[in-house]
Design a protein around this ligand. Sequence first.
Ligand code: NAG
Ligand code: NAG
Length: 267
Amino acid sequence: MLKRVSILSFILLSLVLLDGTRAKAKNKRKILIMPTSPIGLARRAQCSAGYYYENGCRSCLAGSYCSGNDSKVQCQAGYYSDTGATACSPCPRGTWTDQQGTQYSSNCKPVQAGYKANASSGATAQIPCGVGYYSPGNTDICIICPAGYYCNAQTNAAPSPCVPGRYSPTTGAGQDCTWCPQGYFNNVYGATACCKCCSGFYNDQTSQTHCFNCPGQGSVSQGSAPAATSRDQCRFQLLDYVTSCDQDRAGGACRMSPFIAPLSTVS
Ligand SMILES: *[C@@H]1O[C@H](CO)[C@@H](O)[C@H](O)[C@H]1NC(C)=O
Ligand SMILES: *[C@@H]1O[C@H](CO)[C@@H](O)[C@H](O)[C@H]1NC(C)=O
């Protein structure tokens, strides 16, 4: 009995010892391999910049860069790379990406009309221009709405011209253009001002594309002060006032030597 136990112990002990020896051999081999292993802090880099190590030096993958320490690192948002890159490049002006690891500049998205990139290069977002501005897209700037136009919440690529009978004297208008007041008119798109009705004409309405003839043309009562706002004002000598208006008398067109309509009379 005792003999059997001691034999068994011997066998077990031998197994343990043998295993220990094997483990030691394994460790020894690991230590020897360390310097050429891709992992390991003290190892010197083997691959030059533009390459990374994975069972040998490999060309850096698109969407990453390889700075020469054998690793590859994903491009951050706003940047892209081609294969073999030593650094990532910012998305070109007017494009953007919110993704990491963007491959090639073609995957930087163009900015939509009505938006601008949030940086001149390396943009990570596009932001809406907002009222009073527009953008044709592919840009990092929004353009202020010009005078004679308006840019509201529906505006994207191009500003909307004021329709005839309306005007916008300032840049950056965010709502539809102002009506021409009584005594004034215009008949062009994109007007920055309204025209004064000439003597012999009147306008008793807002937002008009023409002035109305005073009654009794050819008589002494045909005249009116320029910018007359009612028919009742048709009682002056025509020639007294004819030079101070800006209406083309032949066709009734607005000559657009802009007498800016007084805003106080706008309804
Ligand atoms: C290699 O370089 C990159 C960027 O310079 C860095 O993020 C990374 O941690 C480095 N890797 C090693 C293993 O040093
Ligand atoms: C662009 O937008 C992103 C996301 O909103 C933001 O993290 C980043 O700081 C912005 N960049 C600039 C230059 O404003």
